[in-house]
Design a protein around this ligand. Structure first.
Ligand code: NAP
Length: 458
């Protein structure tokens, strides 16, 4: 894939970039490794000052970087700005908390025959981050903020369609005061990832993206015996039971499905509704989805912009066409919006069955699948009938049902009566084919640490 900014709202190539040469990549790996050997001994206070400076810069530049993100991948300007501010708050979170989250954990020395014994969290080294375009700042920052605060350094291989955002991030950390080499962007293709990952100076990798990309990076890292974190796709269930606040459930259902123009890993994608409230939910949901304003993502009135790539829209079209050919019913939307750009309307599809591709695939666009179920057992069965296990959402006022969903939904997160989202205070990650490892919270900052056992005798 060419490294270029192609505006999804127009299809126009705005800017192209030459990939870094093997010599340039070598220089960057060498700079990262050399820098890490001194950076690892910097104090939390020093790193924290740099991280707060980065947050301040980002806050002051939120409008500018938001316009870059919107131009590169089509999210609405308002959501791009919100993303920039969320990144700044995650930076502040780790600037404030890293030292406490990585404090030595003492063991009772008498039980292990020591004078002193504890677990220490030490940085691993150079971490390669392979990142997707859908939240082009957030996906990177939720790795970089904890990793840099822990004393690691980062090499970013961003998605090929968001090079300007990738270069902005490198520049941001440099201007904030982080020493050269702490955070660098590699303009390379996905086929060049293997060479970087196999380099002895690179200690570990994190990948957010699709299952094939994750499988490839994990296989290479496995061969090199290097630690990885994988944040892969999802097909989150959104279950609605009879006791739910239906008005609120519908409102969140719409936002959860069309956020980021339908291209979020934790978007609710499959709407599983109890038969007692199915008809009412379906009617209100279709009305609300149909009423959304689709258009230029730079326009303040737009609620849904274009899909990020031409191929992405084709993938969505193919899944819808397959479902319709197999007997599914389109309740609204269902065919591309003609004209320039890669627009696809908010769409609701009913009568999905297990043999359709859409039943198991991740639909990365504003297309909702509706399922009618007879009871909570069937709801959980349908919810879990996927190889993914990222987020999940359940709507019920019944405490017994809430406990059942928490216990039985196969996912890395369950949100009850509210929208699934990421918070710096809470861990984020998946099970099954949605990946492994966790980002954010204490778990995220400890992923790229050597948890060193320290035992000191007489
Ligand atoms: P993608 O095609 O897998 O790309 C993600 C990144 O991996 C890009 O930098 C890409 O580079 C690179 N890449 C692709 N194939 C690779 C390979 N074989 N080896 C090494 N690197 C490779 O995914 P995407 O289309 O950008 O993003 C959408 C996917 O990400 C969805 O499945 C979504 O659910 C998932 N996602 C998951 C999370 C999560 O937290 N779990 C969050 C956001 C998105 P190029 O651009 O150069 O191809």
């Amino acid at each position: 894939m060419a490294i270029a900014t192609v505006n999804p709202a127009t299809g126009a190539v705005e800017r192209s970039f030459d990939a870094h040469t093997p010599g340039q990549v070598e220089e960057k790996i060498a700079a990262a490794y050399t820098r890490w050997r001194s950076y690892r001994t910097s104090t939390f206070a020093q790193r924290s000052a740099w991280m707060v400076a980065a947050a301040e810069l980002l806050e002051s530049e939120a409008d500018t970087v938001a316009a870059v993100m919107t131009t590169e991948m089509g999210k609405t300007l308002a959501s791009a700005r919100a993303e920039a501010l969320k990144c700044a708050s995650a930076m502040r979170f780790y600037a404030d908390r890293a030292e406490g989250l990585l404090r030595d954990e003492p063991a009772d020395p008498s039980t292990v025959g020591a004078v002193r014994a504890y677990a220490a969290y030490q940085p691993l080294g150079v971490v390669l981050a392979v990142m997707p375009w859908n939240f082009p700042l957030w996906q990177v920052v939720r790795f970089a903020a904890p990793a840099l605060m822990a004393g690691n350094v980062g090499l970013l291989k961003h998605a090929s369609n968001v090079p300007q955002t990738a270069l902005y991030l490198e520049d941001l950390y440099r201007r904030a005061g982080f020493p050269d080499g702490c955070f660098q962007t590699l303009l390379i293709s996905s086929s060049d990832v293997e060479r970087v990952l196999r380099d002895d100076r690179v200690a570990a990798a994190t990948l957010t993206g699709s299952e094939p990309a994750g499988r490839s990076v994990a296989a290479i890292a496995g061969d090199e015996v290097k630690h990885t974190v994988l944040e892969l796709g999802g097909s989150d269930p959104f279950v609605v039971m009879p006791s739910a606040d239906l008005a609120r459930a519908v409102e969140v259902a719409v936002t959860a499905r069309v956020q980021n123009n339908g291209q979020s890993c934790i978007a609710a994608k499959r709407f599983i509704v109890h038969a007692d409230v199915y008809d009412e939910f379906a009617q209100r949901f279709v009305e609300a989805m149909s009423a959304l304003t689709v258009g230029d993502p730079m326009d303040a009135d737009t609620q849904v912009g274009p899909l990020a790539t031409e191929q992405g829209r084709k993938d969505v079209e193919d899944l819808v066409a397959d479902a319709v050919a197999e007997g599914a019913r389109v309740l609204c939307g269902g065919s591309r919006i003609d004209g320039a750009g890669w627009f696809y309307p908010p769409t609701v599809i009913a009568d999905i069955s297990a043999h359709m591709e859409m039943y198991t695939a991740e639909v990365f666009g504003p297309v909702a699948s509706l399922f009618r179920v007879a009871d909570i057992d069937e709801a959980i069965e349908v919810a879990n009938a996927t190889s993914f296990g990222l987020g999940s959402n359940a709507w019920t006022a019944d405490p017994g049902e809430q406990a059942r969903f928490v216990a039985d939904l196969e996912a890395g997160a369950v949100f009850v009566n509210g929208m699934t989202t990421s918070h710096p205070e809470l861990p984020f990650g998946g099970i099954k084919r949605s990946g492994y490892g966790r980002e954010l919270s204490a778990h995220g900052i400890r992923e790229f640490c050597n948890i060193k056992t320290v035992w000191v005798g007489e």
